[in-house]
Design a protein around this ligand. Structure first.
Ligand code: PRP
Ligand code: ZN
Length: 299
């Protein structure tokens, strides 16, 4: 019976996506009872359970309908999509949301000092990667013939071991490349975390919770940078003030008792409010400026 009422969401067990994944779920109101080392977290206040797995397994779990949802990098999804296509299988997962964490890129890198002009410089080279399909697609697209050396990990040391002339791997801060004296020469894919779901129809109760989760995720992602700003300003400066308020649609204008030429302005800014903005507002005649964080937002 549980299978029909509780959602299963796959999350990376330990890695770059683990903490931000759990963080966004917590911001969506999910209370999980679990130990981090446990395979499964039980949603105490939502019919949603979290499975902790290797990120590379997440598309498969959704593909095989073991999980309804997954939080995983676009890099993993796209590699899996191509791997399935190569076997004549259609990928069975839909991307629901692009998430604002897990940003990285799949790049080709070569040892420092290597002569590199353009993708043509890769012709005849051995390129080590754990992403053979994405790399293959990139090479085909550029009409380059190179040898793809598929490894299961520790790609960055392959050139030093004489196993490859270049690598194709994820770059986030770039410190792994720097530590191994490699420099990026091409970007194969820009990646970020994605929420995927099975395209298979879910029971209405489960579907309703997917919708609620999406609405909350949207709210969470919107408020991240959003600020609530309050200020007093001369009525005459309104057009200028509105122009200066970053990413705000329709501010609330409130008359000020005893000051017919001044108003109070309240607005939600969907971008961060920097000191420069406040200084600009002040120069336009604003006073009593107050910037508050926004905790939740529901459009
Ligand atoms: C990637 C990649 C590098 C590292 C790069 O691994 O394989 O080792 O991150 O990050 P940096 O530019 O900040 O040094 P990841 O943590 O994604 O692990 P996985 O590929 O095993 O899932
Ligand atoms: Zn991985």
């Amino acid at each position: 019976m549980d299978k029909d009422t509780r959602l299963k969401l796959a999350v990376q067990k330990s890695g770059r996506l683990t903490d931000p994944s759990l963080d966004i779920l917590a911001r969506c109101g999910l209370k999980l009872s679990r130990g981090k080392d446990q395979l499964m977290g039980f949603g105490e206040n939502m019919p949603l359970d979290v499975l902790f797995v290797r990120d590379d397994d997440i598309p498969d779990l959704v593909q095989e309908d073991v999980c309804d949802l997954g939080l995983v990098g676009l890099n993993v999804i796209e590699e899996k999509r191509l791997a399935l296509a190569a076997r004549g299988v259609q990928a069975n997962f839909d991307s629901l949301r692009k998430l604002d964490f897990g940003r990285c890129r799949l790049s080709i890198a070569m040892p420092e000092g290597t002569n590199y002009e353009d993708a043509g410089s890769l012709a005849g080279k051995r390129i080590a990667t754990t992403y053979p399909h994405l790399l293959g697609q990139f090479l085909a697209h550029h009409g380059v013939e190179a040898q793809i050396v598929t490894l299961s990990g520790a790609v960055e040391i392959a050139p030093r071991l004489g196993r490859a002339d270049a690598i194709c791997d994820l770059v986030s801060t770039g410190s792994t490349l720097a530590a191994n004296h490699l420099v990026e020469v091409e970007t194969v894919l820009e990646s970020h975390a994605v929420l995927i779901r099975t395209p298979i129809a879910l029971a209405p109760v489960k579907n309703a919770w997917v919708e609620r989760l999406l609405m909350r995720i949207d709210g969470v992602q919107q408020v991240k940078e959003s600020k609530y700003i309050m200020l007093h300003a001369p009525r005459a400066a309104l057009p200028e003030i509105r122009r200066l308020l970053p990413g705000s649609e329709s501010p609330t204008i409130i008359p000020l008792e005893g000051h017919p030429d001044r108003v109070a302005i309240h607005a939600v800014c969907r971008e961060n409010v920097f000191w420069e903005t406040l200084e600009g507002l002040k120069a336009a005649g604003a006073s009593a400026l107050l910037v508050l964080p926004v905790e939740k937002m529901l459009a």
